[in-house]
Ligand binder design. Structure first.
Ligand SMILES: Cc1cc2nc3c(=O)[nH]c(=O)nc-3n(C[C@H](O)[C@H](O)[C@H](O)COP(=O)(O)OP(=O)(O)OC[C@H]3O[C@@H](n4cnc5c(N)ncnc54)[C@H](O)[C@@H]3O)c2cc1C
Length: 325
């Protein structure tokens, strides 16, 4: 099951015009940038410019943005911290929304004998929530040790590890729909699978509730440190990457093993390299372009299919103007 056919939160055919630019400038002032290179906003450090990059501060900003995008028929794309994004070299047309600096409240909303429920904004970073929980002795987020990015991106990807995923502890989701506004959804009504979901659709995740259990702060910290150490031993963390490039196939060898057995470890294209330490990590060794990473993705897909008849599916999300390809 795919999460979306396109990664635009709002599709539109309008181009940025002097009128739409003026409307965005008036509404967002220093919180909007035009023709802004996206490389500094994503983990890979790769990617062309967004026509418009907006940093909404709250729900009112989202309502205002939705109104302008409807009026000028502008497409909308959402980014968190870009730890799972390959932005193409030609950049992204229309409006890109980044939640990196906002929607970052963490609030305990109820408590009982077994644990508590925490409400978090979609812009909260995963490591920050993990630290918040373990320092207070709340268990349930240890699975996320070492996973970067925002919680909004974590819900969209249903990010996780062999120890669990966000869907395991989610109880409620709040979404902003660019046509209909805010919606509240209960976990029981939502589908989440391996790095996929159908819950978010074309909406922006604004906040979510997680159920956490009582635990021991010292034991939780020890476990988190153990998992981070375990990851550091296996993963190449010295160069920019997006973590796993491909999803693991449902049966048989992992994507990393398939790439390794296909003899592709260490393959390069321009400034990009398939890691020698973990073959499912594609690294920006310096000056890589999106086209270099794409060339390695294509090489892997083709070779793995020819050798093992396995069709690998990208976990990394490719965003942007394909006119450049
Ligand atoms: C070193 C490294 C290790 C990693 N390890 C793991 C791992 O162990 N497990 C794992 O699952 N992932 C892992 N990742 C991938 C990545 O960290 C996760 O997918 C993460 O959840 C992405 O969060 P983000 O905020 O960076 O989202 P982005 O990469 O910015 O966006 C990812 C997708 O989410 C959408 N999105 C982001 N925010 C919102 C929002 N508020 N509302 C709606 N849609 C939104 C975007 O449109 C995009 O389609 C790793 C990445 C790196 C660099």
């Amino acid at each position: 099951m795919s999460t979306k056919s396109s990664f635009e939160a709002r599709s539109g055919h309008g181009k940025l015009t002097p009128q739409s630019r003026a409307a965005l400038e008036t509404a967002f002032q220093e919180h909007v940038r035009f023709n802004e290179p996206l490389a500094p906003y994503v983990a890979y450090g790769i990617g062309g410019p967004a026509d418009v990059l907006v940093f909404p501060r709250n729900g009112e900003d989202l309502q205002m943005l939705a109104q302008i995008c409807r009026e000028y028929d502008l497409p909308v794309t959402i980014i968190g911290t870009g730890t799972n994004l390959l932005v193409l070299d030609a950049g992204i047309r229309g409006v890109v929304i980044a939640l990196k600096h906002s929607f970052n409240q963490i609030e305990e909303i109820s408590k009982d004998a077994e644990g508590m429920t925490v409400r978090c904004g979609a812009g909260v970073s995963k490591p920050e929530l993990l630290e918040w929980a373990i320092s207070r002795g709340y268990a349930g987020l240890e699975f996320s040790s070492g996973v970067p990015g925002t919680l909004g991106g974590g819900i969209f990807m249903n990010a996780g590890t062999k120890y669990g995923c966000y869907a395991d502890i989610l109880t409620r989701l709040e979404l902003f729909d660019f046509e209909k506004g805010l919606r509240q959804l209960e976990r029981k009504d939502l589908y989440f699978g391996y790095r996929e979901q159908t819950a978010v659709g074309d909406s922006l995740v604004t906040s979510m509730d997680f159920r956490l259990k009582n635990g021991d702060a010292v034991a939780l910290r020890t476990e988190v440190q153990r998992i981070i150490q375990e990851r550091a031993e296996k993963q190449p963390l010295d160069f920019p990457s997006c973590g796993s490039t491909f999803k693991n196939p449902p049966t048989g060898m992992s994507a990393g093993r398939l790439i390794e057995h296909a003899g592709l470890k260490g393959s390069t294209s321009g400034g990009a390299e398939i890691s020698l330490k973990h073959a499912n990590f594609f690294l920006n060794k310096g000056g890589a372009r999106a086209s270099d990473i794409l060339a390695l993705i294509d090489l892997v897909k083709k070779t793995v299919f020819e050798k093992f008849q396995v069709q690998l599916e990208c976990e990394v999300i490719i965003l942007g103007d394909r006119g450049s390809l």
